[in-house]
Design a protein around this ligand. Structure first.
Ligand code: FES
Length: 173
C-alpha cells in the first residue's frame, strides 16, 4: 500500500511558515521603540456639530452628562481647571469624552480624585488630563475624545471624535 506523502509535505510547509512568522514577530518586538505618551489617534471622525452645553453649566472637576453624536452615545464634559491636551474654552481646560468603554461597552464612571474615567467591567482606566489615554486595563484603544469648539457666548460644540465609538457598525452618521 502506497503512503500519501502530500500531507507530510503540507505539514512541513506549515511548520516552516509558522517558524518564519515567529521569527519575524520576535524581530519586530525587539525593534519596536518605547511607546509614546499617547499614540496619535487612529481615527478622526467628523460628526455633525452639536451644541452640548455652555461654559456656565460646568463646575470644576464635576462631570456634566451629554450625548454625542446622538442620544445613543453617552458622554461627558469636564472642566478640569488646568489647560490640558485637547482642552477648549477660555482656559483650555474643557474636555469631552465618550463614556462607553472601548473594550466591551460598559458605562464608565468618573473619579474626581485622579481625573480618570473607570470601567467596572474589566477595570480599564482612562486619563482625562491626557486625552483619554488608557492607563490600565483590558481596552485596546484610548477613550474617544470629542473635538470641542467654544463660541463667543460660551456655547460648547462637539464637531467630531478622535477614536472609533464602541459598538457602531459604522462610525459615520
Ligand atoms: Fe471596560 Fe472591559 S468593558 S475594560
Amino acid at each position: 500500500m502506497d503512503r500519501c506523502t502530500k500531507l507530510v509535505d503540507v505539514g512541513r510547509r506549515q511548520f516552516l511558515r509558522g517558524g518564519a512568522l515567529a521569527a519575524a514577530a520576535t524581530a519586530t518586538a525587539v525593534a519596536l521603540p518605547a511607546a509614546p505618551a499617547k499614540a496619535a489617534a487612529l481615527a478622526r471622525v467628523d460628526y455633525p456639530s452639536n451644541r452640548l452645553g455652555n461654559v456656565a453649566d460646568l463646575k470644576p472637576n464635576e462631570p456634566f452628562d451629554v450625548s454625542y453624536p446622538d442620544e445613543n452615545a453617552p458622554g461627558v464634559l469636564l472642566k478640569l481647571g488646568t489647560p490640558v491636551e485637547g482642552g477648549a474654552g477660555p482656559d483650555g481646560d474643557i474636555v469631552g469624552f465618550s463614556t462607553i468603554c472601548p473594550h466591551k461597552g460598559f458605562p464608565l464612571n468618573y473619579v474626581a480624585a485622579d481625573r480618570t474615567l473607570n470601567c467596572p467591567g474589566h477595570y480599564s482606566r482612562f486619563d482625562c488630563e491626557a486625552g483619554g489615554q488608557q492607563v490600565w486595563g483590558q481596552a485596546t484603544q484610548n477613550l474617544p475624545q470629542y473635538a470641542l469648539r467654544v463660541d463667543e457666548k460660551g456655547d460648547i460644540y462637539a464637531e467630531g471624535v478622535d477614536e472609533l465609538l464602541y459598538g457602531r457598525l459604522s462610525n459615520v452618521l
